[in-house]
Structure formats: C-alpha cells, structure tokens
Design a protein around this ligand. Structure first.
Ligand code: BMA
Length: 819
C-alpha cells in the first residue's frame, strides 16, 4: 500500500480573483485569510459580519503533486478526503472527478484514470454554503433555529457554523480534514470490526476483518492482541476467495476499563496486518478497552429508568455538553482538546455529551476519552431543526452515519449513539410550521434509518432516538419520569434556582445558566468604551436575545447591584455556578432515581456570554471550579429549607466510606453559635440523608441574615471538602468586611497562597491579572481566622512568573466586594 500525503501547502483564491494566496491543508478559507492577514480577527468587536460576505463567495484550492511510477502502477489508486466542508467539486488535471455535499463523510474516489506519472494537479472548488442553502430554502423552506442563517438544515455541515444562541455566523469553508492518495494492488483492509463478549473472568474479543481482495488471491491476516502489560498473542489466517474472516481471542482475567472515578482505563492494542508471502499490504491499529457499557431503560417504581451501566454497575453520569471548540475548525488541535478534556477530569467528570449541532469529533478526541475515562454520549449531527428526507438526503446521511460509526465504534469511551438534539421535543412542544411529510420523515430518519444503521454496524452500543426523549414516537419526550430530560425552566423560564428541587428526572442531559466571561476575555474582543454589557459590541457577543435581561433578573433576586462592569461579570459567574450547583446536588442526593446530570455547556467556540463553564481561551469560570466540587466522588451537600438543613452525603465510589461531618452554625463574624459532629458510614454508590439540623429557635428573622452554617466533610479521617449555606439570599446577608489578607510562598513546583480573613467571606475569587493559571480551589468561603491554603502548579501558568510577580498580580475579592 502506498500513500501520498496531499496535506500541506496549497494555493487558494476567491473564484473570481486572479491572484493566488498560500493556503494550509487541512484548514479553511477563513483561517488562510487570517494567516495571510487579508482579514481582521473575526472574533474581534463586530468583525463577525465580514464573515458572511466571505462565506457568500466560492473558492478554489489547488496544488501540484508528483506521482511516482510505483504508485501509478498499482491496480487501484484512490483519492481519500476525510473531510470537505462542504459543497465541493474536485478536479484532477482539469477533469471533474467528483462532487461532494456532506462535511461529515469520508470520500474515496477512484482516480486511477485521471492521474499521470510525474506532475499532476488537484483543484478543489468550494461553493458558498450560504448561496447553496438560500437556493434550497427558496425551493423548500425548512424550519430551523432563529439564531442561525435561514435554510441551514438543507446542508450536511455543522449547524452551529451558521450561528447559534452562543455562536457567531461564520459558515467557513475548507478542506478541513486529511487528504491523500492511496495505491494498492493485491488488496487492502477495508474494514475491521471489533466486538467483545463478557463472561465470568473471560472476555472473548472478536476481530472481524474485511478485505478488499483485488485479485481474489490468498492474503494472510495476522491479528495481534497486546495486553496493557505488554503480553501479546498473535493469530494468523489466510483469506482465499472470501473477503471476510473472524479472529477471536479469549482474554482470561481481563483488565476491565472503567470510567473516571470507578477504576482504571487499561487499553489493549489490536494490530491487524494484511500480507502475502512476499509483501506487506496493509496495517491497522486500534486501542480498545474491555468493558460492557449500555443503557438501562426499564420500568420501575418511578416510571422508566435511564442510566448508564458499566461492567454491570449503574453509574451516575456527571459531565457537560460539548460544542465545537472553535468556529474556525482549523484552529482546533489535539493539544487544545487535550487541555479541555483534562479540565473535565480535573472537575471529576465521567461523561461528556457531544451535542448534535456540531460535528463528529476527530479520532484523537475519542482516544483521549478512552485514556481519561470519559464516557461519550455521541449525538448524530442533527439538532433543533426540520429535515426533508429526499432520496439524496437519505443517501448522504446513511453514508455519514456508516462512516462515523465505523470510525468510532471500537472506542471504550463510546457510550451511546443518540439520533439528534431536541428534534423530537421540537415536534411535540415547539411552534413552527409543521407538515405531515416532515413529521413522518422524522420517524423515518431517527426511529428507523439511524436505528437500523446502528443495529447493523454497532449493535453493541445503545441507540437512543433523540435527546430529550422517553423512547420515541413523539410520546411525552419531556416526561420527567422516563428517559432523559432537558430542563430549562431555571434560566429560560426565569424560575428560581430551588425549582430544580421539585424534579427527580431520571437523567438530566441539559440544563444551564448563562454568565459573562472574565474581564481578560472581554478585553480580548472589546475597546474600553465597549465595556458595558448593553454596548453594541458586547451585544454582538451575546447571541441569546433575552439573556442579558435574564442575568439581570437573577442578579436582582440574589445579589446587590454590582458597583462596576468587572464586578457584574464576577456576579454573573456566581449566579451561574450557584444555579447549576442547586440542580446537580439535588439530583445527586436522589441518586438511584436520578442517574445523571450533564449541564449545558462545557465550552465556547469564540469569546461570548454563554452557558459555558470554560471560555474560549480555556479560562475556568466559577462554574468549572464549582463542578470540581459538586462532582466530587464523595459529595457533602446541604438541603436548606427555611430554618432546617438536611445534611447529605453521596458516595459515587465503589467502596463504603467512613464519613464525619463537623458542622458549625456561625455569626457573620464567624463566632460559633452551636456546633456538632455527625458520623456516618456511606455505602458505595449511594446517597444518604445523615441528619436534619433544625435551627428554629436560633434563626429568627434578623438572625437569619447574619448566620451561616459551615460543614466540613472528613472521609476516612481525611478532610475532603467544606461548604457553607446561608438562610437568606446573599443580597440580604449582613456581610462584614472580611479584610482578606494573602501571603504567597513557593516550592519548586507550586506557588502556595495562604489566605486569612477577619470575618466570613463568601465566594472568594483569586485571579492573576496578566497571566492564566488554575488554582487548586477558587470561589471558596473563608471563616474568620481560619487560614486556607491554595496551590497553583507553576507548570500550568501561561507566563513565567517569579513569586514577586505572582504576588503583585494576585487579585482577591468576595461577595462583600460586589456593591
Ligand atoms: C439547548 C441546546 C442548544 C442551545 C441551548 C441553550 O437546548 O440544545 O441548542 O444552545 O439549549 O439555549
């Protein structure tokens, strides 16, 4: 097998122009224009608008390549395009070889008749996605979300590139994934499908190898299974006339793969080699984890469950929804993704949902999830829209589904295929022009076609028709007692945070709350005169029309009116963190009935006000620090109601924990009114109410505004976490000036910050003004004269700082500083 890489330097130009520019493949038009300094940063101020015009034009990409005789003489020569975005015509040596219309597909084109020995030229014409959908939309209007360019459901291109309620309208174009030529004569490996069957102490790994046997001659297949310890077993078969063979391995005492928090992530390697007596033909490599992973969706006392079951254990899904990491896809790199996914692990996630309005992530995304122990809920790329099932559309999405299932199905982390995001729910509850044909098309696509394709190509992975759903058929997709739910009454419905406590969803796969990014991020896209949340530029970076009003509404309910712009940004992040904490802690207290919380949303694709917990620069908002705490394997949470406080411990680990809670009811100056200790053994995978503290006598009107409850959790004798609750809204709490003092010392690896206060301080925020770093804890509470130490890993600071620099740049504030 001979490969000729066509990635690298190409030339590009707008179709009607004469001059060519340098281009990088894989990449995109917008990225090339930016690198060549032909356009300004589309994320700055309102530059987004220039993108619409850019994407309204057609572009040509071209390069020369040299074909050696050895490649040319192969029986087969294919051009492989792993991703073309989107409407493209491909020419080789001036001849049209194919047309493409789906960015999610891999295209393989026989180019043997078109290439020559020596110099060749490939040209790819990329047509404006805007003109394409405009024309289609005129022929048949299809409904989609109002924040995106009208007509986007017509094209198989990441929906959110056309705009979303957190995304800019930058429908870029490009050769966005690898492109290469491949030549072979005797045969090649066409497909490898690995399944596993688990029995007591043994797993049978079956490797089905499919060959493209060009000459119908004997081809040897070697399959090697290498254990995580490096032991290997090899099996060889010879394929004659048939093109397919199963090779099985019995793995005794298997090292099982577990999601983060339940065990390790050992990976076995499967190597598949195809050869003849004298020639190596083809080789493929896979990393697999031995585990069973499915969904339990069964009737029970509350309705019908929805829970992920790994190796027989029902786990509580803890994570967030993932959207494309950059609107300019060319800028998403393995390093950037790795940082983001490691941040998920740092916040104790065991799951991530790839939302259906983006694209199917790269292989490295799944490799990382395998290694880190993040279960992937993978939506098919459909969301919030109406689709028209024409013959062409059917053929295109069928190919798309098969390509991606085959590419992803071997990954240990793959937990679920889900048909779409919110399309079933839209048909039942949303208001848009509904035709019987498109309603039937919904069923055909999501309950027949994709279901059948998953059953054929990846029957070991569970298929769920839509999110949210109760199982399909337009049957109560929002039912809180069945399947998964997207709950938006807190936020879109302006309900208070404790409204979450009224529901015991079986699995909450979306709920969210917006905040502004930090001042550093805001500064990256604004001038000083823009720095007001209602300014023209700030509103360009707020894509949810009514959201600023919502943030201000919740602010009025919870905090004092902030003294300036920067403080408003801080307060908005506290609101967001508090809201999501209310939901997650409540659902984790109800573990068993509720089995997952996946908040909306993990990340951003540009600097914007949004529901994310990590902004587009990778900066953690208060919510991400909160997530680290509310997703802790052993969680202490308090259900305060009036003058009572229920003390709960949720143990998401696989061993019983000996827990002790030391509680203190304190005055705003931190003096102790009363205190106590609760000892409780908490069984694995369970939640218990340890005790309900009643403070009727103490917490009279006045007192409630100056008293807080502090609880510290010790697990097996070690202090694990602490939390405080107020018995009034923070805006009414009588905070005293905490006069927080800090001292920074250093070790070889870290800076160590020691903080002390003279009174109770809530949500203490640490930041360094001119660099980025991650604190071991942030947005924490301090009681007077009880020093707290926070560490910062020096290797994770964006700039090299001395201890003096770090100290001078350290900014500290708390809720007291809001007004
Ligand atoms: C959800 C998502 C997204 C959207 C978010 C915030 O339901 O599926 O479509 O961005 O709400 O409105």
């Amino acid at each position: 097998m001979i490969t000729l890489d066509l990635n690298g330097v190409w030339k590009m130009k707008e179709e009607s122009e004469v001059d060519w520019q340098d281009a990088i493949v894989p990449g995109s038009v917008m990225n090339d224009l930016l690198v060549n300094e032909k356009i300004d940063d589309p994320f700055y101020r309102d530059n987004e608008h220039q993108s619409y015009e850019i994407a309204s034009k057609d572009y040509q990409y071209t390069r020369e390549f040299h074909v050696e005789e050895q490649l040319y003489l192969q029986d087969k020569v294919l051009l492989v395009c792993e991703g073309l975005d989107t409407i493209a015509h491909i020419y080789i040596n001036g001849k049209l070889i194919t047309e493409t219309e789906n960015m999610h597909c891999t295209y393989e084109i026989d180019v043997k008749p078109f290439v020559e020995i020596g110099k060749n030229e490939i040209t790819i014409l990329l047509f404006s996605p805007i003109s394409y959908i405009k024309e289609k939309q005129e022929q048949m209007p299809l409904w989609g979300v109002v924040d995106a360019v009208e007509g986007y459901p017509h094209i198989r291109k990441a929906h959110s590139m056309f705009g979303w309620d957190w995304g800019p309208k930058i429908p870029d174009l490009g050769i966005w994934r690898n492109i290469f030529l491949v030549g072979y004569s005797t045969g090649r490996i066409e497909d490898v499908y690995i399944t596993q069957n688990h029995a007591e102490e043994v797993v049978v790994v079956d490797v089905r190898v499919k060959l493209e046997n060009v000459k119908g001659s004997g081809i040897d297949i070697d399959v090697t299974l290498i254990s995580p310890d490096g032991d290997s077993e090899i099996k060889t078969v010879t394929i004659q006339s048939e093109n397919e063979e199963h090779i099985s391995f019995s793995v005794e005492n298997p090292h099982l793969w577990w999601p983060n928090g339940y065990g390790d992530q050992p990976l076995y390697k499967v190597e598949v080699n195809a050869s003849t007596k004298d020639k190596q033909l083809d080789k493929k490599e896979y990393h697999i984890g031995l585990r069973t992973l499915t969904i339990k969706h069964e009737p029970d006392e509350w309705g019908k469950s929805f829970e992920f079951v790994v190796n027989g254990i029902s786990i509580f899904g803890m994570g967030a929804n993932y959207i494309p990491e950059d609107n300019i896809l060319a800028r998403v790199t393995p390093e950037r993704t790795e940082t983001l996914l490691r941040d998920c692990i740092a916040a104790n996630f065991n799951m991530i949902r790839v939302w259906g309005g983006g694209y199917y992530p790269d292989d490295y995304f799944f490799d990382l999830c395998d290694r880190l122990g993040l279960i992937v809920w993978q939506d098919f790329m459909f969301g919030c829209s109406v689709y028209n099932l024409s013959d062409d559309f059917k053929q295109s999405i069928t190919q798309e589904a098969i390509d991606n299932i085959k590419r992803i199905r071997h990954h240990a982390s793959l937990g679920l295929w889900c048909g779409n995001n919110e399309v079933e729910e839209a048909w039942v509850y949303w208001d848009f022009p509904k035709t019987p044909k498109h309603r039937t098309d919904y069923i055909k696509i999501f309950e027949v076609l994709l279901d059948d394709i998953v059953k054929e190509y990846d029957p070991q992975t569970y298929y769920w028709p839509s999110s949210p759903s109760s199982g399909g058929g337009f049957d109560r997709p929002r039912d809180p007692n069945e399947g998964d739910v997207h709950y938006w009454e807190v936020w879109h419905g302006l309900k208070p945070f404790d409204e979450y406590r009224k529901y015991h969803f079986r699995f909450c796969s979306e709920f969210g709350f917006q905040s502004f990014p930090s001042l550093k991020t805001v500064k990256s896209f604004t001038l000083p005169e823009d720095q007001n949340i209602f300014s023209y530029v700030m509103e360009q970076h707020q894509k949810n029309g009514s959201a600023n009003g919502k943030i201000l509404f919740y602010l009025s309910e919870n905090y004092l009116y902030p003294k300036d712009f920067d403080t408003l940004l801080y307060a908005s992040q506290l609101l967001q963190a508090d809201a999501i904490k209310y939901g997650v802690e409540h659902w984790r207290r109800n573990r068993g009935r509720c089995m997952g919380s996946i908040y909306w949303q993990l990340n951003d694709c540009w600097p914007v006000a949004s529901w994310s917990s990590i902004d587009s620069y990778g900066r953690w908002k208060a919510l991400h620090y909160f997530a680290k705490k509310f997703y802790a394997p052993v969680l202490l949470s308090i259900n305060e109601e009036g003058t009572t406080a229920g003390i709960y411990i949720t143990n998401e680990t696989v061993s019983t924990k000996e827990c002790r809670v030391e509680w203190k009811l304190r005055q705003n100056d931190s003096s102790i009114i009363s205190s106590g200790t609760i000892e409780q053994n908490v069984a694995q995978l369970s939640a218990v109410l340890c005790e309900t503290l009643v403070f009727d006598d103490i917490l009279q009107e006045e007192k409630a505004r100056e008293t807080y409850l502090e609880c510290v959790l010790y697990v097996d004798g070690v202090e694990k976490s602490s939390t405080t609750v107020l018995f009034t809204k923070p805006k009414h709490f009588a905070f005293l000036n905490p006069s927080i003092r800090h001292k920074v010392t250093e070790s070889e690896e870290s800076f160590i910050i020691t903080l002390t206060s003279t009174a109770f301080a809530k949500y203490v925020e640490l930041d360094v003004t001119d660099a980025d770093c991650k604190f071991s804890d942030n947005y924490f509470d301090l009681s007077a004269n009880e020093p707290k130490q926070i560490t910062v890993d020096k290797s994770l600071i964006s700039e090299k700082l001395t201890v003096e620099d770090f100290t001078s740049q350290l900014a500290v504030r708390s809720v007291f500083d809001i007004a």
